[in-house]
Design a protein around this ligand. Structure first.
Ligand code: MG
Length: 451
């Protein structure tokens, strides 16, 4: 196989078309050879989970490594197991996260429990392109079934929050797991924290119940049920439960940038320092963080990049506005269990979520897409930078032109032949007219080049 296998979050494809047992076997062999020791394997609840786990595990054993089979687990629970067990050299999560049910994939976890770096992925890609060597028959690995990794993760999360304050608050929640990997662990976590829960889509039956991406339009049942049951909070995960989004008690969807802002403020109330987030995140977070005595460090888009920058900056918190939240006091990866527990602690201490959201400044964001051939992306970026007179230009990821009253970010997609344009301002008309101007600039430049 040539070229890149790993995208922004692992290798993914349609099962038995792009993501075959053969590919999973070769990935397993390459990962086993790269790690050279025991590998922990877990899956989400997809119908193809058993086929994928068996294939990737066979590959790992053929490379001479033992497999710790953890069963169905959230990605952050697998990451917790890898970090907590010194004898384990790394992990494989069989999941396609929020993609539709026909997809599956492989996320590669490093020995420290973080998502593998680009260099580590390139090593595995190179080994997949040749035939990775197998060990002699006497050195073939074995499978060890491991029970209790979910409980250990829940115990660890509970130890990081003020469980007594949460229990004393007598909170009620509605929980929607998309029939995914958190169907056992998040209800267990809520029970441990004394929180009464009504559940929806909490059957690990291989069929998601609703599309696995926790967007507002996919969560209409949860919004209605949170309101109808008089709950304090609605909670939704994506398929592998590394991400978490929230619903206020009145059934209002709370966007990821708002929960990122509120949990940043909560983290800064305990310790001052940096909050790390990609350049595409709303300035809402920076305004709230600055007001709480912290500072924002911006990175390229992608959770592994955010996590690694958090380690360097000794950050107090970090995350993405899609509900991927990273808690350095626990582990350097998106951690939906910690997101649930910390949001409950935040509500127990600071009052209802809806009231907290109403204290946040309001920003307007306009998003656009413009088709652009792969070979033109670099030229377009240079052109946009040149068009941004009067702005401060940040080239961390794409071109971000920062004005006094807002910003525009033009980013080439890593996977599709297009540019994404984000424009944000407190003034809705400014956000939309600036999006118009940059979209037109890209189209005009491409038009000229093709005339
Ligand atoms: Mg996910």
């Amino acid at each position: 196989m040539d070229g890149r296998l790993f995208g922004t979050n692992g290798v993914r494809g349609v099962v038995n078309e792009d993501m075959t047992a053969d590919l999973a076997l070769r990935l397993g062999k390459a990962i086993g050879a790269a790690l050279g020791g025991d590998v922990a394997v877990a899956t989400d609840t997809r119908a193809s989970a058993d086929m994928m786990r068996a294939a990737v595990s066979s590959g790992i054993m053929a490379a001479g490594s033992d497999v710790h089979d953890l069963g169905v687990l959230p990605t952050p629970a697998l990451q917790h197991y890898v970090r907590a067990h010194g004898g384990v050299k790394g992990g494989v999560m069989v999941t396609a996260s929020h993609n539709p049910p026909q997809f599956n994939g492989v996320k590669y976890i490093s020995s420290d429990g973080t998502e593998a770096s680009r260099e580590e992925e390139e090593g595995v890609e190179a080994m997949c392109s040749q035939e990775a060597p197998c060990v002699p028959w006497g050195s073939v690995g074995a499978v060890r079934k491991v029970a209790g990794a979910g409980e250990a993760y829940v115990d660890s999360v509970v130890s990081k929050v003020d469980a007594e304050a949460i229990k004393a608050a007598g909170l009620r929640v509605c929980l929607d797991c998309a029939n995914g990997a958190a169907c056992e662990t998040t209800p267990m976590l809520l029970e441990r924290l004394g929180v009464a829960a009504v559940t929806i889509n909490c059957n690990p039956q291989g069929c998601p119940g609703r599309p696995s991406e926790p967007t507002e339009e996919n969560l209409s049942d949860l919004l209605a049920m949170t309101r109808a049951t008089g709950s304090d909070l609605g909670i939704a995960h994506d398929g592998d439960a590394d991400r978490c989004v929230f619903v206020a008690g009145d059934g209002t969807y709370v966007s990821g940038d708002k929960s990122l802002a509120l949990l940043s403020r909560h983290a800064l109330s305990k310790r001052k320092g940096a909050v790390v987030t990609p350049v595409s995140t709303s300035s809402l977070v920076e305004e709230v963080v600055n007001g709480a005595g912290g500072s924002v460090v911006y990175t390229k888009v992608g959770a592994p990049t955010v996590a690694r920058r958090m380690i360097e900056a000794r950050a107090v918190f970090g995350g993405e506005e899609n509900g991927g939240l990273i808690f350095p006091e626990h582990q350097y990866c998106r951690d939906a269990g910690m997101a649930v527990a910390t949001m409950l602690e935040c509500i127990a201490r600071e009052g209802p979520l809806g009231g907290q959201v109403s204290t946040l400044p309001v920003y307007h964001t306009v998003k656009r897409k413009v088709g652009c051939p792969e070979g033109m992306k670099a030229d377009v970026l240079r052109h946009i930078a040149g068009e941004s007179a009067g702005a401060r230009v940040d080239d961390t990821d794409g071109v971000k032109a920062i004005f006094d009253d807002g910003w525009v970010l033009a980013r080439p997609s890593g996977t599709e032949p297009l540019f994404r344009i984000f424009s944000e301002s407190k003034d809705e008309r400014v956000a939309s007219s600036r999006a118009d101007r940059y979209e037109a600039a890209v189209r005009e430049y491409l038009g000229r080049r093709f005339d």
